[in-house]
Design a protein around this ligand. Structure first.
Ligand code: AMP
Ligand code: MG
Length: 319
């Protein structure tokens, strides 16, 4: 059921149930982080492997000490600058945070979401919400209540509707190695914004042999339709001339491609924030259309463009 009734969602959560909630990044599949029953259900619903840890959503920075310890100075700086907001911090966990949430690691990922509905809900709870994105493991993240409903129509009782997500891509994740900040995942807060607060930051480089490393899996956020990331759309169209093509474009439609009936443009003004807001919904539409192949145009690799490209690369990866 899609509903705007926050009290109803609260009731389900206090009884160890699962609710999809809106956040400013993407919709989350939320449960009581202190309840083993709830956390197990989240993994089960998503078919998410247990080696992939969950992010905790807390109501305010004041609650940080209840889930994390030995918090580095830079973490406080980042939290004060970006919370509530789309920045997740990976910190040493308090002993009571379950291994199920953290995949057995000594660290916990945590953020304060910036969405009026999520904040109102958290305000009424005395536990943090564990909430990964509300999609089956590996699929495109949901940015509307309808996307979530489409995925979990049969298995989820409540989708709390908070409209379309304002940011549209996942949070940026920062951890600490010997108290030095490390960027684990590109996301809705750009590296440039982060470096304005704490200076140059090390970027974690993924190792394919460490799929549980915070940089995460190389294939993720993926449509079911065959998808390719390309730099020159016009050239690539010719290679697929025998197929029905759908295009995901940054700024403008492609005029060489009368045959491409399905063209999605992310931002006609070339605005990265608007592009991020639209990217998953556009991928959802393309995936649900009858095209045989989706060609995705790479964005300029700066600011949030870098984060969008990161998601697009994972969406097309065949490994
Ligand atoms: P999702 O909620 O689907 O956006 O995924 C959450 C992501 O947060 C995981 O895939 C991890 O990459 C990251 N994460 C969560 N907990 C930790 C942790 N303790 N250490 C490092 N990364 C984490
Ligand atoms: Mg996810």
């Amino acid at each position: 059921m899609i509903t705007k009734n926050i009290a109803l969602a609260r009731d389900v959560l206090v009884q160890d149930g699962i609710v999809a909630i809106p956040t400013e990044t993407v919709y989350g599949l939320a449960g009581n982080a202190y309840s083993e029953t709830a956390v197990k259900q989240i993994f089960g619903l998503k078919k998410r492997p247990f080696f992939n840890p969950l992010i905790l959503h807390i109501k305010s920075m004041e609650c940080l000490h209840s889930v994390a310890r030995e918090i580095p100075e830079a973490a406080f700086k980042l939290a004060s600058s970006f919370w509530p907001g789309a920045l997740t911090l990976v910190l040493k966990k308090q002993a009571h945070i379950s291994d199920l949430v953290t995949s057995g690691m000594d660290t916990v990922a945590v953020r304060v979401p910036n969405h009026p509905v999520a904040m109102k809900l958290l305000e009424q709870l005395d536990f943090p919400l564990a909430a990964p994105s509300a999609n089956p493991f590996g699929s495109i993240s949901p940015t509307t209540a309808q996307h979530v409903h489409h995925y979990f129509e049969e298995t989820l009782s409540i989708v709390l509707d908070g409209g379309a997500c304002e940011k549209g891509i996942e949070s940026t994740i920062i951890g600490f190695e010997n108290d030095e900040p490390v960027l684990y995942r590109h996301g809705a807060v750009s590296i440039e914004e982060i470096e304005m607060v704490i200076g140059k930051i090390k970027i974690f480089t993924e190792k394919a042999d460490k799929p549980n490393a915070p940089g995460m899996l190389s294939r993720h956020y993926a449509p079911n339709t065959e998808t390719h990331l390309v730099t020159n759309i016009s050239e690539s169209i010719h290679s697929f001339s025998d197929k029905k093509i759908g295009l995901l474009l940054f700024k403008e439609k492609n005029s060489d491609s009368q045959d491409c009936l399905f063209q999605e443009v992310l931002s006609t003004t070339g605005d990265f924030d608007e592009a991020a807001r639209n990217v998953y919904a556009a991928l959802h539409r393309l995936d649900l259309s009858d095209v045989d192949v989706i060609l995705v145009e790479k964005l300029p690799d700066i600011g949030i463009g870098k984060s969008i490209n990161d998601r697009l690369k994972r969406a097309v990866n065949k490994e």
